[in-house]
Design a protein around this ligand. Structure first.
Ligand code: TRP
Length: 373
């Protein structure tokens, strides 16, 4: 029997079958020929592409057709600012940064303080709004280009956004929202409206510049229901459908199931965690694919496919050679769980040290990235 799992923009639960999601959502798998086509323009492939961490898309072929004709695209992604940024959030952003470098694209980054207020009982609008600017520091810290990167919180950019959201909402029926999100009569009016706001950046630069500009949205697959609606409606407003490229979720520390959730503090590593805390979390919580005893582990070897430390290295160790060596050594039993954890701890410590320094520096340039009315 097929295993049960749930993937909606607000809930990810169970062991996700990504192949099944491609079929159920109606997206396209990323094929080797698409990768070869991307490589023609980028020279190399990001390890997220090589490892199928980005595994699915909508209309990348069309986007590249346009690009090859000289019609450059912009990037659009976003964040629901409900709390501190964790490593899972960085996955689409790291990839977006690579795309910006390779294609010299603008990035429009939406902070949905409205969304998190509407969908989270215990969060005030003031809290989600200030969290938007805390999270923006993490975005800037990744090195996005100043002058080509525009970050906005919905409630501070609403004069610009609202009139376009209205046009989307006029074409969005309650029954469509119910079908896309599983909403019922108990969902609030605000929740029904919200998706209109998330559609706007998929055509806003076109609206502002008065000419159609192709858009690519890199995002985790759970956001796809929003963009199904977007793609349905925006051609009726005279704009291109946005293309999209979809990532899997970084597994939570406790097991290779679902996405890392910010609401369970222990299952996530935050960008602001100290090296000591990162070490503690990984030693204590990272689910192990190792054997019960060293003797047994040496004899039978560990299972990297279910081992969270190994799975995280797939996201954070860029070298295929190093990753392959870890895989082989763990599987054969040469590498013990504690040693594998240490490799991950070292990797993340270096990454976070750099990130935290850049994050502090970002405070000084925040206002050069943020746009508001
Ligand atoms: N809804 C997203 C979240 O909860 C935030 C978001 C807004 C977003 N626009 C986006 C994410 C575009 C990806 C792409 O995190």
């Amino acid at each position: 029997m097929a295993k049960k799992f749930t993937v909606t923009p607000w809930k990810v639960e169970g062991e996700v079958d990504y192949g099944r999601l491609i079929r159920e959502f109606g997206t396209e798998p990323i094929t080797d020929s698409l990768l070869a086509r991307i490589r023609k323009h980028t020279g190399e492939l990001h390890h997220f592409l090589r490892r199928k961490i980005f595994f699915s898309h909508r209309e990348m072929g069309w986007l590249l057709d346009q690009y090859e004709r000289g019609d450059k695209f912009y990037l659009y992604t976003g964040r629901g600012p409900s709390g501190n940024t964790h490593l899972g959030h960085l996955v689409p952003w790291l990839f977006t940064k690579w795309l910006q470098d390779k294609f010299d694209s603008e990035l429009w980054f939406q902070m949905t303080d409205d969304e998190k207020f509407l969908f989270n009982d215990s969060l005030s609008l003031e809290e989600s709004n200030s969290m938007a600017y805390e999270n923006a520091l993490d975005v800037i810290a990744l090195g996005f280009k100043q002058g080509k990167t525009f970050i906005f919180a919905d409630t501070d950019y609403s004069k610009t956004l609202y009139k376009h959201a209205l046009k989307v909402s006029k074409r969005l029926t309650v029954s469509t929202a119910k079908a896309a999100f599983g909403f019922t009569d108990s969902n609030t009016v605000g929740q029904y409206f919200y998706t209109s706001m998330q559609s706007v950046p998929a055509f806003l630069p076109s609206a502002l510049k008065g000419k159609n500009i192709p858009c690519l949205i890199p995002h985790a697959i759970d956001q796809d229901p929003h963009f199904r609606i977007t793609r349905d409606i925006v051609p009726k407003l005279g704009y291109y459908k946005p293309a999209a490229i979809h990532s899997v979720f970084l597994p939570s520390l406790e097991g290779p199931k679902g996405k890392m959730s910010s609401s369970i503090g222990e299952s996530a590593v935050y960008t602001t965690d100290t090296p000591e805390l990162v070490e503690k979390k990984i030693r204590k919580y990272a689910f192990s694919g190792g054997r019960d005893t060293v003797v047994e582990h040496r004899k039978k070897g560990g299972n990297p496919e279910i081992d969270v430390s190994y799975q995280w290295l797939r996201f954070f160790e860029e070298s295929d050679e190093k990753l392959k060596a870890v895989h082989g050594d763990y599987k054969s039993g040469r590498l013990l769980t504690g040693e594998l954890k240490q490799i991950l701890i070292d990797k993340l410590t270096v990454f976070l040290k750099r990130h935290q320094e850049a994050r502090e520096k970002a405070r000084k340039v925040l206002d050069r990235f943020v746009i508001m009315d």
